[in-house]
Design a protein around this ligand. Sequence first.
Ligand SMILES: NC(=O)c1ccc[n+]([C@@H]2O[C@H](COP(=O)([O-])OP(=O)(O)OC[C@H]3O[C@@H](n4cnc5c(N)ncnc54)[C@H](OP(=O)(O)O)[C@@H]3O)[C@@H](O)[C@H]2O)c1
Length: 310
Amino acid sequence: MKDFNATNKKPIIAVTMATGRQGMGVVKELSLRNEFQVRAITRDASSKRAIALSKLANVEIVEGDLLDSASLYKCFDKVYGIFGNTTPTKGLKPLVREYEIEQGKVLIDVVTDLKKKNNLKHFVFSSICKAKDPLNNEPAPGHFTSKWDIEEYLSQNKLNEITTIVRPASYFENFDGDLPGLKITDTNFPGVVRPDKVWQTIAVNDVGIWSGAIFANPKRFIGKSFNLAGEELTGRQMAELVQKVRGKGSKKVRYLMAPRILLKLFVNDIGVMADWIERAGYGADISNLKRIANEEGIEMTSLASWLKDK
Ligand SMILES: NC(=O)c1ccc[n+]([C@@H]2O[C@H](COP(=O)([O-])OP(=O)(O)OC[C@H]3O[C@@H](n4cnc5c(N)ncnc54)[C@H](OP(=O)(O)O)[C@@H]3O)[C@@H](O)[C@H]2O)c1
């Protein structure tokens, strides 16, 4: 681990869950921007991902745990900004609402204290996309309401004065999971939503690109929140797009929806999420995002380009 108190003049941004999918994107983007020193936080500095991140320019690895406020104080020493993320994944248990809320509470309490001491200037909190149709929000999945409850706690602590909230929709990367039935194949495009239902999605790296732009332009972004998505397509349209990207002569690609009953038996909250996407839907204003992206020089990833690069 590098000495993170080593003198450097760039403002320091600490990135929680740095070895996660969002975190890695944020660290890489901030590294490339060359405007900040990045403190990438992990529970295990010797992991392969942490070692890979440590080789990037402007990046130092520090060990910290979102359940341990003393470790966070060390990670956040003299930082200008923090990218805060939380996870409902508790070991082998995929979606534990209370586990995520516990992390959020520890994180927000430390951030509130740093703000009071006037040490912290910008907090970017990663939540999850809110509903297009709020009247149909209930019942919402527990791993969504956990993040919205943390947002509420953040507001009660008057952190909005230094905060930007980003709320990504479903990642493109979910279509390329490890489990059978959750991976794009020669003939199938997997999903959890009915084939004719529009569904907003985003490349996980774009969370990093947006966060980099947000940290670089605090005047514009502090006090704001953004539902983030790059695409709004039905499952059937996404399957057609895969076939189009593969070109002439490729096999027919069908949209394969996981049976809802199995989903609920396997991980109930994912089934509740699929119901929610169909009923309330992710509510990103994609045309407004494109306008801001254009002004900020952000190139949002299309599903077609993500499929080509994959
Ligand atoms: N999947 C989607 O489509 C989607 C869409 C929007 C939002 N989200 C939300 O995104 C969040 C997950 O982010 P992600 O996808 O970037 O994560 P991820 O790839 O699942 O990685 C989780 C990371 O969390 C770290 N971690 C776990 N427990 C921790 C703890 N107690 N303290 C500190 N770090 C801990 C782990 O790092 P170390 O082991 O190195 O410490 C790991 O790198 C979830 O809240 C999820 O609901 C997901």
